[in-house]
Design a protein around this ligand. Structure first.
Ligand SMILES: NC(=O)c1ccc[n+]([C@@H]2O[C@H](COP(=O)([O-])OP(=O)(O)OC[C@H]3O[C@@H](n4cnc5c(N)ncnc54)[C@H](OP(=O)(O)O)[C@@H]3O)[C@@H](O)[C@H]2O)c1
Length: 200
């Protein structure tokens, strides 16, 4: 399984650290040329490889860590999204319900990437917290997953485990997944809840 993080800002770099910690190879990309990302990628660790956007989107699993509205630009990077697993880390805080057509923001992104198998994850914690080792306080930091695709959820849950977090599935995006969707000036109830699963 190959992985790419799109967006190498606060969250992209925090997640790259999680991959580096477990020595799982990951490609990172933004709109900038790959070589401009290289110093920061090198500083995080050898598992983190900068690439062009075009190269990065070839990965089996794409982690989308860009500003919410940039998904409209991002969708143009591949002619077809059929079957691609996309982990949506974006938050639409500040975006009106009207601009989201009354949908959860992840459903808006899924609509823009037809055929993609979208799983919402990692969006509920601040970048600084995501950058920390998830194995602390006698347990593992919880990452919530929501998706309309059960098989994609299982694949992402396995990745979340490999990275050292405890995955907790909330169900479908428009159901349990609403608990991690931001819109208007409001954060859903599970956003910022930094929970730990106690080891048995
Ligand atoms: N910051 C947090 O604590 C936090 C926590 C959870 C979730 N989030 C969500 O995660 C997303 C990223 O937040 P952030 O704080 O990491 O933002 P950020 O620091 O501003 O980084 C955004 C990154 O996205 C890249 N980018 C922008 N448009 C792009 C495009 N069309 N294609 C490819 N790359 C693009 C930017 O690089 P270039 O300009 O070089 O393209 C930059 O590397 C947002 O949706 C945010 O709501 C943030």
């Amino acid at each position: 399984m190959s992985y790419a993080i799109i967006g190498f800002g606060a969250v992209g770099q925090a997640l790259a650290r999680a991959f580096a910690r477990k020595n799982i190879e990951v490609t990172v990309a933004s709109r900038r040329p790959a070589e401009t990302l290289a110093p920061q990628a090198r500083a995080i660790g050898p598992a983190v490889a900068p690439a062009t956007l075009k190269e990065a989107v070839k990965a089996d699993v794409i982690i989308l860590a860009i500003p919410f509205w940039q998904h409209q630009e991002f969708t143009k990077t591949l002619p077809s999204w059929q079957g691609k697993i996309v982990i949506d880390v974006t938050n639409a805080f500040g975006v009106s319900v009207e601009d989201l057509d009354g949908l959860p923001s992840s459903a808006v992104i899924a609509r823009a990437l037809p055929g993609a198998r979208l799983v919402k994850a990692f969006n509920h914690l601040p970048a600084g917290v995501l950058a920390e080792d998830p194995a602390t306080k006698g347990g593992r930091r919880v990452i919530f997953l929501s998706s309309d695709d059960e098989d994609a959820t299982a694949t992402v849950a396995a990745l979340v485990e490999q990275l050292g977090y405890a995955p907790v599935s909330l169900g479908k995006i428009a159901e349990g997944g609403q608990l991690v969707q931001a819109r208007n000036r409001s954060w859903a109830p599970l956003i910022f809840q930094d929970l730990f699963k106690k080891e048995q």
